[in-house]
Design a protein around this ligand. Structure first.
Ligand SMILES: NC(=O)c1ccc[n+]([C@@H]2O[C@H](COP(=O)([O-])OP(=O)(O)OC[C@H]3O[C@@H](n4cnc5c(N)ncnc54)[C@H](O)[C@@H]3O)[C@@H](O)[C@H]2O)c1
Length: 252
């Protein structure tokens, strides 16, 4: 990872900051992106010795994303790695979900990730090498966690159809980009976490936690370790893969 230039979106959050720490420890040069302030996190990561560029932006804004990639190339001369972590959670059953919420979730989780992928393609093609890892989710695979046939109240409390569809879209986007970019030496993979303890999951129902075979929520560092593997030389022949990090909660 030494000398690699990595862009991490959602870098102020639980999983994003764990990914940033793992890559900083491995010697990467970092660009941290988030709508939230990043200066304190960037300062802490500089202790590992590599340069850290914080860029506060909204991943749904194409011009801001393109400008950020240009800024990274100007500062560091290349872009090797993109990790798309920025995302929002959203609860709501299909029967009652309002259109604006559908649009908000698809916009950030799916379009935002796509815009970041699209923006780094020219720089990675110039390199003839690249690694992209997208954050998917178990919810993009399993139809969601609620079991209204057992507890009807769970449907409204725990359903999240917009979120699940956005993450299924992230998985499909990963398959398409993997094929389109393979000839350029660029691999594209995703990590699909199950429930990970973070700001996003503070209201995750205890009844659902009890269904995790490994008996606990996951840790952001465990997701970061999977991301780091998919960014490494060791994973050079893996592309178009969605790697589950879910404590055994779903197998496919
Ligand atoms: N925590 C989990 O259980 C879990 C499970 C599966 C997948 N994921 C996915 O992992 C990713 C990170 O989740 P987390 O648990 O760290 O959540 P988090 O809320 O701690 O972090 C998400 C970060 O994304 C940022 N963000 C949101 N909208 C943005 C935008 N438009 N532009 C730029 N940044 C934006 C937020 O400010 C936040 O810092 C998300 O994509 C999430 O869907 C999380």
């Amino acid at each position: 990872m030494k000398g690699r230039v990595a862009i991490i979106t959602g870098a102020a959050g639980g999983i994003g900051s764990a990914v940033a720490t793992a890559l900083a420890q491995a010697g990467a040069t970092l660009c941290l992106c988030d709508t939230a302030p990043l200066d304190a996190g960037a300062e802490a990561l500089r202790a590992h010795g590599g340069p850290v560029l914080p860029v506060q932006l909204d991943v749904t804004q194409r011009k801001a994303v393109t400008a950020m990639v240009a800024q990274v190339e100007a500062a560091f001369g290349r872009v090797d790695i993109l990790v798309n972590v920025a995302g929002i959670v959203s609860a709501g059953a299909a029967a009652t979900l309002v259109e604006a919420e559908w649009d908000r979730v698809l916009d950030i989780n799916l379009k935002g990730s796509f815009l970041c992928c699209q923006a780094v393609i020219p720089a990675m093609r110039r390199n003839g090498w690249g690694r992209i890892v997208n954050l998917g989710s178990i919810i993009g695979k399993n139809g969601g966690n609620p079991r209204p046939w057992i507890d009807p109240a769970e449907q409204d409390r725990a359903s999240n159809i917009a979120y699940g569809v956005s993450k299924a879209g992230v998985h499909a986007m990963t398959f398409f980009l993997a094929r389109e970019l393979a000839a350029d030496g660029i691999t594209v993979n995703a990590v699909a976490p199950g429930p990970i303890a973070s700001a996003m999951t503070t209201s995750f129902p205890a009844a659902l936690q009890a269904l995790i075979p490994l008996g606990r929520m996951g840790r952001a560092t465990e997701v970061a370790a999977a991301v780091r593997f998919l960014l490494s030389e060791d994973s050079g022949f893996i592309t178009g893969e969605v790697l589950d990090v879910n404590g055994g909660m779903w197998a496919d």
